[in-house]
Design a protein around this ligand. Structure first.
Ligand SMILES: Nc1ncnc2c1ncn2[C@@H]1O[C@H](COP(=O)(O)OP(=O)(O)OP(=O)(O)O)[C@@H](O)[C@H]1O
Length: 207
């Protein structure tokens, strides 16, 4: 086993009679961003959920990520509506009460500023716009202790200018780390400096 790679071999996953993953195999290089591209419904989220341990494959193997701490941005924001933006970001961190750890306050403020959310720290997320909530969800996943990050269309719904700002910050935070990124948009993949692989292989695998 090559320690620098995550090796996925012949993953199968069906829902009832619907085969979503039909023997998917790939290698993801550690320390790099890999983009998984495929049309809608091809099974990208299913693959991420299996890799993140949220769902089991019917068969196949995944090697090389046993010890890795995982973080994920889902397609949905999955925020706690009544908590503030900063409290949502801190939910998945080990922490002292907010304000006691000056370094943490500095880090979160800096991240929020980088994502264009300066001034929203104490605002309940139910009062934020869709694009602001998306960025809180992204920061929550980025600002915790992780070895591998799964991004499921993380920039969806952001306007072009905000998207560029947030992508630049995300790329900086992901430099040298292992990221698996799902998108439909090849421009996003290029901007993230990602190596692209396709999931659109089902028919040839079935033959
Ligand atoms: N829990 C489930 N039960 C039944 N079918 C499911 C379930 N989850 C996903 N599917 C089906 O599996 C297929 C792949 O879904 P998935 O969400 O993985 O695709 P995707 O490539 O991420 O799509 P999109 O780009 O639209 O998000 C779809 O046909 C979907 O309806």
């Amino acid at each position: 086993m090559d320690n620098g790679k995550i090796k996925i071999s012949r993953l199968f996953k069906s829902y009832g009679t619907h085969m979503v993953l039909a023997g998917f195999s790939a290698e993801f290089e550690k320390g790099k961003t890999t983009c998984v591209m495929a049309p809608s419904g091809a099974g990208k989220t299913t693959l991420l959920r299996i890799l993140a341990g949220l769902e089991e494959a019917d068969s196949g193997s995944i090697e090389g990520m046993e010890e890795m701490k995982k973080s994920m941005v889902f397609q949905e924001d999955r925020l706690c509506e009544n908590l503030s933006a900063s409290a949502n970001i801190r939910l998945v961190r080990q922490k002292k009460p907010w304000g006691r750890d000056r370094e943490e306050v500095r880090q979160i403020r800096e991240a929020m500023t980088a994502a264009g959310l300066s001034g929203c720290e104490d605002q309940p997320v139910r009062e934020l716009s869709g694009g602001m909530r998306r960025r809180v969800a992204l920061l929550r996943a980025l600002c915790c202790d992780w070895d591998i990050l799964f991004l499921d269309e993380p920039f969806k719904g952001l306007d072009e200018e905000t998207k560029k700002q947030v992508m630049d910050y995300t790329k900086e935070m992901c430099t040298g780390k292992t990221v698996i990124f799902v998108t439909h948009d090849s421009k996003e993949a290029a901007q993230m400096g990602a190596v692209c692989i396709s999931l659109d292989h089902k028919e040839e695998e079935r033959q």
